[in-house]
Design a protein around this ligand. Structure first.
Ligand code: 13P
Ligand code: SF4
Length: 309
């Protein structure tokens, strides 16, 4: 597997050859973001996947995102640069255990955050993302009890915003749980003009300090529009690449973790590299496939989300 000298050029050429679109999440390496046709949050990426005319979808993100693209496009080739790019949050909700949980609460509607496997989606009534979770819960009948899975932090945030009681699955994201409330507060003392912006997957004590809470796209938008000149960013620092590109005169400081490691970088997202992106397009593998019965059952709650948001 010899690599070409100019990976950017080689990827652009393969894109034309394959009639492919490259969709990338904000947590990808800057190089990957720079070559993508579209960069977005989970909702934006799902919408792009639902509407693309391309024959091949190259998904620079994690497995559940590429899987969602395949659920929406069963006849297209969906490539993921590294098949091991999973998600700790999706892994925190195993299908067998969730099936038992759901069976114990048969009167509940099931709303699942898109960060879950196709098997969990297939057991759900509606999917949501961090950008539409509040809006979707607000549209559901007030007398109907709701299971919310798998992220307990997003669930708690939605409960607070909507005033609705949700039965939460106790899952979480290793990246967003690593931020240190204490260090964030100390950092803000050093940067008194900085605003704290946070993703709702963060724990409640961190969210309590946030000037603004939102999905990755919403955080980027807020950073561009806010009059503040500096921001402490409590989400995966990959997004800072776009923030620095789109708000050139502002300062973006990654929120610190409890330990001194770079554990606010998502180890799953970062498995994808420009080299692997090139190779997956050249070799047309690894591709995403899933059983048709699961795909069909998982499609319904995603389609419902796209209608409701
Ligand atoms: P959004 O980009 O939809 O806010 O999701 C963040 C995330 O953790 C994706 O894995
Ligand atoms: Fe999953 Fe968290 Fe990584 Fe997002 S940041 S892919 S939720 S582990």
């Amino acid at each position: 597997n010899d690599l070409p000298d100019d990976l950017f050029e080689a990827i652009a050429e393969l894109k034309r050859e394959l009639n492919a679109v490259i969709l990338a999440h904000y947590y990808q390496d800057p190089d990957i973001q720079d070559i993508a046709d579209y960069i977005g949050d989970s909702l934006g990426l799902s919408r792009q996947a639902a509407n693309t005319e391309a024959e091949v979808i190259v998904f620079a993100g994690v497995h559940f995102m590429a899987e969602t693209a395949k659920i929406l496009n069963p006849n297209k080739l969906v490539l993921l640069p590294d098949l091991d790019a999973g998600c700790s949050l999706a892994d925190s909700c195993p299908p067998d255990a969730f099936a038992q949980f759901k069976a114990a609460h048969p009167d509940h509607l099931v709303v699942s955050y898109i960060n879950c496997s196709a098997a969990i989606k297939a057991m759900s009534d509606i999917i949501c993302t961090s950008s539409n979770a509040v809006k979707i819960i607000e549209q559901l009948p007030p007398d109907r009890p709701i299971i919310f899975a798998p992220d307990r932090n997003l669930g708690r945030y939605v409960m607070e915003r909507t005033g609705r009681d949700l039965l939460l699955w106790e899952g979480s994201c290793i990246v967003h749980e690593t931020f240190s409330e204490k260090k964030i507060v100390q950092l803000q003392i050093e940067h008194p003009d900085a605003e704290i912006i946070a993703h709702p997957e963060c724990e409640t004590p961190v969210l309590r300090h946030a000037n603004y809470i939102g999905s990755t796209t919403a955080l980027l938008q807020y950073a561009k529009e806010s009059p503040a000149s500096a921001f402490i960013v409590a989400t995966e620092p990959g997004i800072i690449h776009q923030m620095e590109k789109e708000a050139k005169d502002k300062q973006f400081i990654p929120a610190p973790s409890t330990s001194n490691c770079a554990c606010n970088e998502c180890p799953h997202m970062r498995l994808n590299t420009l080299e692997k992106l090139y190779l997956c397009m050249k070799n047309r593998t690894p591709e995403i496939n899933l059983p048709e019965d699961i795909r069909e059952a998982a499609w319904r709650p995603i389609a419902r989300m796209l209608e409701m948001s």
